[in-house]
Design a protein around this ligand. Structure first.
Ligand code: TYF
Ligand code: FE
Length: 379
């Protein structure tokens, strides 16, 4: 069952025990959206993702279209239906645009499927082999919270643009990247009192352990109206915090999400950068909207976090938040929801040693979220 580990001993503990589900990283994240062509343009133009691959009518698909975009190690797939009815339409009708697939890169998709389903995972796709002129990919899939799924992708014998069935997408329009490197963590919002159930799922079915970091949110309920635990895989490359709503002074932001998403789903993706000032400047220039904290935050922040490498002024101008733990510090900022429904948003994070999630910022962050909820009339 779930063992408690800290980020310091994370690398040490798990490799000794048998890791029945070794994960190499996040392979891709697929969103079901109403209009993939325009969503792709948004992630290209505003976020600096590059066109990679395409599947649709031109490649022989009749019922759906997918655009694949990449920035360094982050791969997004945007999928829309081309016909009425069917699974994708149902998903969009219930949830609006949102994450359907969090795909995990593995060496053995068949073993990943067997190990997880025998521990109780519900099957989404049985191990399936697909080939084209560029090689072979094996994939399989299981269900997780809400209608979200994990697909295991084994691509060690594949050299194509993305997956068999896709063609390289040579689009003449490209944009400058914004310095985003990899997915640091992906957060799931689940229903009332469901956090422990889903943490146990990641522990029992996927062999994850709870990351007891400095900022365990169980103890900080005064401002949060949420509870959260972070589950991590053995090598620490995959981190999935799980939030559930809690009774607070105001309506929980998690409850607002669940109401509009119509159930559990991915709340935010945290994207890592090596230079948060440059990344956030360029995202803001391109129209990405971020939450802001009062100027008073910056009057006391250095008393709390001590010395940092960056000048405070640009951080203050951009609204970047700072926190420290016993391993170092981190810089982070949150977008407003990027969809029409107040559901999914992004976090931009730069870690300078710290392996935690920004506990020192929760008060300022959650008050900023509450101001937005107030404007939406959902508090
Ligand atoms: O991933 C985290 O834990 C941080 C903090 O609704 C956070 O990014 C937690 C819950 C939330 C928004 C941010
Ligand atoms: Fe986060």
């Amino acid at each position: 069952m779930s063992t408690n580990i800290t980020s310091q001993n994370l690398e040490k503990i798990i490799p000794d025990a048998e890791d029945f589900l070794p994960l190499l990283g996040t392979d891709y994240v697929e969103l079901y959206v109403g209009n993939a062509k325009q969503a792709a343009y948004y992630y290209q133009t505003a976020w600096g993702f590059q066109p990679i691959a395409y599947a649709g009518l031109e490649t022989g698909l009749k019922d759906r279209v997918s655009y694949v975009l990449r920035q360094d190690k982050i791969t997004l797939v945007l999928t829309s239906p081309l016909q009425p009815d069917g699974e994708i339409n149902k998903h969009i009708n219930a949830h609006g645009d949102g994450v359907k697939v969090v795909a995990l890169w593995v060496d053995d998709a068949t073993k990943s499927y067997e190990e997880t389903t025998k521990r109780g995972a519900e099957s989404y796709i049985k191990p399936t082999t697909k080939e084209d002129k560029d090689g072979t990919v094996v994939f399989s899939g299981i269900h997780t919270y809400g209608e979200t799924v994990h697909i295991f992708v084994e691509r060690k014998n594949y050299n194509g643009a993305f997956l068999p069935g896709y063609k390289a997408w040579d689009k003449p329009y490209t944009t400058k990247d914004t310095g985003l490197k990899y997915i640091d963590h992906m957060v799931g919002n689940v229903g009332w009192n469901e956090m422990n159930k889903w943490c146990e799922f990641y522990a029992k079915v996927m062999g994850f352990a709870q990351l007891v970091s400095f900022d365990d949110k169980d103890i900080s309920t005064e401002y949060t109206a949420l509870m959260s635990k972070v589950m991590s895989n053995g090598n620490g490359r995959i981190k999935f915090p799980i939030n559930e709503p809690a009774e607070g002074r105001k309506k929980s932001q998690i409850e607002e999400y669940i109401d509009f998403y119509n159930g559990a789903g991915v709340q935010h993706m945290a994207l890592a950068t090596d230079n948060i000032i440059e990344t956030v400047s360029s995202l803001q220039d391109r129209g990405v909207e971020f939450l802001t904290v009062p100027a008073t935050y910056y009057e006391t922040v250095l008393d709390r976090v001590g010395e940092i490498d960056e000048d405070l002024e640009p951080l203050k101008e951009l609204g970047i938040l700072i926190d420290r733990d016993d391993e170092g510090y981190l810089l982070q900022i949150f977008t407003k929801p990027v969809l029409d429904r107040p559901t999914m948003f992004f976090e931009i994070i730069q870690r300078k040693g710290a392996q935690s999630f920004g506990k020192g910022n929760f008060k300022a962050l959650f008050e900023a979220i509450e101001r937005e909820q107030e404007q939406r009339g959902t508090l």
